[in-house]
Design a protein around this ligand. Structure first.
Ligand code: GLC
Length: 582
């Protein structure tokens, strides 16, 4: 497993389903997932593609070396040409930036580093004018310790906001109330000298956990969501939501017998009393009701994406009963997967089999918490992974720059910014390498990201990996993404067609997307590093008398337009192709 923020791919959850009665991985014939019913127009996100913008690193408009909202607005035409439908913007709210915006000091403002509320309004308007939806990052597990609510809460034991956070007396012999840990290492409890009690924080001590059991707090947070929905936000990505609620008995977390020293301390315990608690879904349901109330007014659905690293069975809980949950609990199954055909095949199969009827799948291959796709897999396999991402059924999320093949950038020790690295140096937990400036051009300083000094170094490969160059090169990674995104738009079979994962053949992962008479597509990805040939097994219904012909409509090796016989297709190492079958 690649290194990741330790709460993110923890505890072998992906390998060992948490829930009782979870389905065992199956070796039986893959299930055919039927074509989705025609979408009501408001369920735009089903056919949509989400693009994550890390605002500090996308585009700086004022030369201070940090990206901002105006910068995003300047680059909307690029995003429209790319062909995405929604941007999810990582937090831009007022923040002391201990965790770069994931420590919010005001849920209804814009940090001056990123601009103003008027800049947000202009961004939302300009995005909507281009048919791009705007998803905000709602950090509701914790606030900043500089939030006025926390300042009040810590001021006395009797302050009306005391219960908006989680306060406990020291353990009987002194010290933290229990053994709960912070994701970033060390105890999850910090003693506050004003009152002598400890407050709980699942992340940094500057990120105190909010108490979602308190009705006033609930009201205030839901009001903050309404504030942004009123200003035109189209939904939220819910940060770290499995952490929202903790065990009401404050029981110690059990020791993790599989923990290896050298990985983050957080993993030394199993977070069974601090994550995925009963009550989490109720909070999600309240949020969904808020979102739905906007849809009831104007017919446009507001999207909730949930950040949850868990087994497919656990993820599915968060679709909610009767749809009162997130529309898209993030599926990170392929994000942490070794690039091996048996693993990839099994993860796809497990996820699709477990998906509850009527729920919509989604796929994520990169984000601001994990090493870049092209670094994890290598440049060629990363291109093949794009073929998977954009032809599997459901909503894909693209992390900014992955469409160029951007790679992790080594960060010199004196330029480290990320608290994950600073708190536990040397374990490879830092996330700066995947957060470096977007590479717009090779012909301007700092890749066109800023005229000032960038907050993180620009990659040394910026001369070859950049938007301007790749837009001129039909064999570039960017051209491949654009092609695949266009296909999704024009071909109903790829957007909403049925899905059949074909039996794995050696290193080849293969599946079929079909929409009645409106098209039939075969995706083949050679996950291996040697050339191979794919020959559909008898019974796959891919061939007619061994002769079914097809045409490559997109691929990693520039074979577009090539005619192939679906009975016998040669694939180069790490090659991915999409074939339109006749
Ligand atoms: C989420 C974010 C991560 C952040 C953490 C604490 O996991 O993706 O970047 O550090 O929450 O808010």
């Amino acid at each position: 497993m690649p290194r990741a923020l330790r709460h993110l791919v923890p505890l072998g959850l992906l390998a060992a389903p948490l829930l009782a009665g979870a389905q065992a991985p199956s070796s039986a014939a893959p299930k055919v997932i039927p074509a989705a019913a025609v979408t009501p127009a408001d369920r735009w996100w089903e056919e949509g593609v989400v693009y994550q913008v890390y605002p500090r690193s996308f585009q700086d408009s004022d030369g201070n070396g940090v990206g901002d909202l105006r910068g995003i607005t300047q680059r909307l035409d690029y995003l429209k040409t790319l062909g995405i439908n929604a941007i999810w913007i990582s937090p831009f709210f007022p923040s002391p930036m201990r965790d770069f915006g994931y420590d919010v000091a005001d849920y209804t403002g814009v940090d001056s580093t990123f601009g103003t509320l008027a800049d947000f309004d202009a961004l939302a308007k300009a995005a909507h004018a281009r048919g791009i939806r705007v998803i905000l990052d709602f950090v509701a597990n914790h606030s900043s310790d500089q939030h006025p609510w926390f300042k009040e809460s810590r001021s006395s034991r009797t302050n009306p906001k005391r219960d908006w956070y989680i306060w406990r007396d020291p353990a009987p012999g002194g010290g933290p109330p229990n053994n709960w840990l912070s994701v970033f290492g060390g105890s999850g409890w910090t003693r506050d000298s004003t009152t002598g009690q400890y407050y709980f924080h699942q992340f940094l001590k500057e990120q105190p956990d909010l108490n979602w059991r308190n009705p006033e707090l609930q009201k205030a947070m839901l009001a903050a969501m309404r504030f942004w929905l009123d200003r035109g936000a189209d939904g939220f990505r819910l940060d770290a939501f499995p952490h929202f609620v903790e065990d009401s008995l404050f029981r110690d977390n059990p020791v993790n017998p599989n923990w290896r020293p050298g990985s983050g301390e957080y993993d030394s315990l199993q977070a069974v009393h601090t994550t995925h608690q009963p009550g989490t879904l109720d909070v999600l349901c309240q949020m969904r009701r808020v979102a739905n109330s906007y849809q009831a007014r104007d017919g446009r659905s507001r999207l909730l994406i949930g950040e949850v690293y868990a087994s497919p069975q656990q993820l599915n809980v968060y679709y909610g009963k009767n749809g009162c949950g997130a529309q898209l609990p993030s599926n990170f199954g392929l994000l942490g997967a070794p690039w091996k055909s048996d693993v990839i095949w099994q993860r796809i199969d497990d996820y699709m089999r477990a998906l509850p009827a009527g729920r919509w799948p989604n796929w994520v291959l990169g984000n601001h918490d994990n090493p870049r796709l092209a670094t994890r897999l290598g440049p060629d396999a990363a291109r093949a992974a794009a073929v998977l991402l954009l032809t599997l059924p459901g909503t894909p999320t693209i992390y900014y720059g992955d469409e160029l093949g951007m790679r992790n950038v080594p960060i010199p020790p004196d330029r480290v910014q990320d608290p994950a690295e600073k708190q536990q140096p040397g374990l490879g937990l830092g996330r700066d390498p995947e957060r470096t400036p977007m590479q717009w051009t090779g012909s301007a300083p700092n890749g066109g990201f800023t005229t000032g000094t960038p907050w993180l170094p620009v990659a040394s490969d910026v001369d070859s990996v950049n938007v301007a160059r790749e837009q001129r090169d039909s064999a570039s990674t960017l051209a491949l993404y654009e092609r695949l995104l266009k296909l999704r738009k024009t071909e109903p079979a790829l957007a909403r067609g049925s899905f059949r994962l074909l039996p794995r053949q050696g290193d080849v992962v293969a599946f079929l997307r079909e929409d009645g008479s409106r098209g039939r597509y075969l995706t083949l990805v050679n996950v291996g590093t040697t050339a191979t040939t794919y020959a559909p097994a008898a019974g796959d219904r891919l061939t007619r008398g061994g002769k079914r012909r097809g045409t490559i409509v997109a691929g990693t090796r520039g074979r577009r337009g090539d005619r192939v016989t679906a009975a016998d297709i040669a694939l180069e190492p790490n090659e991915g192709v999409v074939i339109r079958l006749k």
